[in-house]
Write a protein that binds this ligand. Structure first.
Ligand SMILES: Cc1cc2nc3c(=O)[nH]c(=O)nc-3n(C[C@H](O)[C@H](O)[C@H](O)COP(=O)(O)OP(=O)(O)OC[C@H]3O[C@@H](n4cnc5c(N)ncnc54)[C@H](O)[C@@H]3O)c2cc1C
Length: 150
């Protein structure tokens, strides 16, 4: 049986609290979103964070909105939400094309775009899609925010 090393668990109630927890625990902490990449790595002992910061209550990070000519997608948006979004299908059908072939419903129900992009697996679909679309990532920390071209 594969079991992860022991770890502490913190469930953030706001983005600011999550950032503060990450600042406090530093390199020893990892965000957990859908957990579909991180938890298998922990079970295989390829990752052994001492603290998990759960962001699943941060509903403000779960959104798809059109602002002017920009589509903004929150980090906690699930694969399934992207696949079912009429807005995404209308403006960026390539995202639907990719989502249709990402894993299976259990993975798509939990996995997030933020987790996919932060995992940055070279074979991962959404990173390639975001690169092709010349997307930008908004990255926030306790020191502020920066925007990085993908
Ligand atoms: C069986 C299976 C099949 C799969 N098939 C495919 C596939 O065909 N194509 C594909 O592209 N992907 C595939 N995946 C990968 C899947 O898409 C990713 O596991 C998932 O979307 C990652 O998102 P998550 O929310 O689960 O991330 P997590 O596992 O929660 O996190 C992954 C990493 O990102 C970090 N992280 C997560 N969210 C944030 C955040 N908001 N800010 C900072 N860091 C963050 C975590 O700390 C961790 O290091 C598959 C996964 C499984 C288990």
């Amino acid at each position: 049986m594969q079991v992860p090393a022991s770890f502490d668990y913190q469930r953030a109630e706001s983005v600011d609290e999550a950032l503060e927890l990450l600042r406090r625990y530093g390199e020893e902490a990892r965000v957990v979103a859908g957990g579909h990449s991180l938890l298998p790595m922990m079970k295989l002992r390829l990752a052994a964070p001492e603290v998990l910061v759960d962001i699943n209550d941060l509903h403000e990070l779960d959104h798809i909105v059109l602002v002017g000519d920009e589509l903004r997608v929150g980090a906690l948006t699930r694969h399934r939400t992207l696949l079912e979004s009429e807005l995404v299908g209308r403006y960026f059908p390539i995202v639907h094309d990719a989502e249709k072939v990402i894993a299976d419903p259990p993975v798509r129900n939990r996995g997030t775009i933020g987790g996919s992009l932060c995992q940055a697996d070279p074979s991962e679909d959404l990173s390639a899609v975001c690169g092709a679309l010349h997307a930008h990532a908004v990255i926030r920390g306790t020191d502020g925010e920066r925007i990085v071209s993908m």
